[in-house]
Ligand binder design. Structure first.
Ligand code: LMR
Length: 398
């Protein structure tokens, strides 16, 4: 008898699967705009200098590899919460705290388990479209998953449709919002839009879960935290998932946190007791290295400044690649059609290319992007903008 006989094969991950396909492609001119990793002018995903320096210090000073406990590294949790909520935020005294998780994805999974176990019956509402893994994470925890419109078939942000849908969400449900650098579209809400979303959240008594995976990649560290801080100030309760994968370049170190804001110090501890219990059943205790690196950087004023400068130059480079691509498309009469690339923020651009066009880009030009038409602008190279613009023109115009 074969125990595995009836196990069917599932399709590969829509994003990580592209990494394998790209690696297998023998075309030397291949271009990887798939998974959301930042690449420098040499096509490498660099380790920031600040991280390297912190690692050197750690190598000397680290005295143990013992477990770091259910909520993770306390210094990391405190400093990351300051980065997210603002250094002087009064909530940090006793109404907000972080539980360290394996990356932002771990924080999302922990949130999903928390909602399933502690808020039974609550559904979660995701933007349409959203990061495909949002869909599977919340479904895997058994939650009822609903959608609110965000970007329509015309590839434009539709705030009115979003607000209209949210005002019909059942009272008490959870709404997942992208703090900045919306994944996959790159279309972000304005400050005004956020105020309107907040009003609906209040009216419907929704619990916001804010996914904050790209702090510093949109308009800057402080600017990108606008919505998170607004909601934290205006609402008694809030869940925030924070990732250090992109802004600290710590992708494979799986470094992130679930930050909880509660109405009272006692309630915060009640919630945290549940999170520690749930995390114990998921991964027991989180990995230590990335969090120690982040704590080292944020605690040291020189490293902190160096890191902010490095983050700033990554952000500026993405902005200039966006502008460069639109300029390169101009030669093909396509600048207007792709003008939205300059309005979008962060790593990703919803290009508006169809699934067939994306497939042609891959088959004929070895250009890899997600089937939805999402391109990782941070995977581009200034010397290859014409190459990409030519390929896009061919699949759009031929
Ligand atoms: C992405 O969307 O490409 C990134 O968030 C990486 C991932 O884990 O999918």
């Amino acid at each position: 008898m074969s125990h595995f006989q009836h196990i069917a094969r599932v399709p590969g991950d829509p994003i990580l699967g592209l990494m394998d396909a790209y690696r297998a492609d023998r075309n030397p001119a291949k271009l990887d705009l798939g998974v959301g990793v930042y690449k420098d002018a040499h096509g490498l995903t660099p380790i920031p200098q600040a991280v390297k320096l912190a690692e050197l210090t750690l190598q000397q000073s680290e005295a143990t590899k013992s477990y770091i406990g259910g909520h993770g590294d306390a210094l990391f949790g405190r400093l990351l919460s300051q980065l997210v909520l603002g250094a002087d935020n009064p909530l940090l005294e006793d109404r907000a705290a972080a539980t360290q998780t394996p990356g932002g994805t771990g924080a999302l999974r922990l949130s999903a388990e928390f909602i399933a176990h502690c808020l039974p019956g609550r559904g979660i509402w995701l933007s349409d479209p959203t990061w495909p893994i949002h869909e599977s994470i919340f479904a895997a925890a058994g939650l009822r998953v609903g959608h609110y419109p965000y970007v329509g078939a015309d590839n434009q942000l539709n705030v009115e449709a979003m607000l209209a849908a949210l005002s019909h969400v059942p009272k008490g449900d959870v709404v997942l919002l992208h703090a900045c650098c919306h994944n996959p579209t790159g279309f972000d809400l304005t400050a005004d839009d956020w105020m309107r979303v907040l009003a609906v959240v209040k009216a419907r008594e929704l619990l916001p879960l804010i996914d904050f995976a790209y702090q510093g990649f949109g308009d800057g560290l402080e600017q990108d935290a606008f919505a998170v801080r607004l909601f934290a100030a205006e609402l008694p309760e809030l869940l925030i998932t924070s990732s250090c994968s992109k802004n600290f370049g710590l992708y494979r170190e799986r470094t992130g946190a679930l930050i909880v804001c509660a109405e009272t110090p006692v309630k915060l501890q009640d919630v945290r007791s549940q999170l520690a219990f749930l995390a114990r059943n998921l991964w027991s205790t989180p990995p230590a290295h990335g969090a120690a690196v982040v704590a080292n950087i944020l605690a040291d004023s020189e490293l902190h400044t160096l890191w902010m400068d490095e983050l700033d130059s990554m952000r500026q480079r993405i902005v200039s690649l966006r502008a460069g691509l639109v300029e390169a498309l101009q030669a093909h009469g396509l600048a207007e059609r792709f003008a939205h690339i300059n309005q979008q923020r962060g790593m990703f651009s919803y290009t508006g290319l169809s699934a067939q066009q994306v497939q042609r880009l891959r088959d004929e030009f070895s250009v890899y992007m997600v089937g939805s038409g999402r391109a990782n602008m941070a995977g581009l190279d200034a010397n290859r903008l014409d190459q990409l613009a030519n390929a896009i023109a061919r699949v759009c115009l031929d």
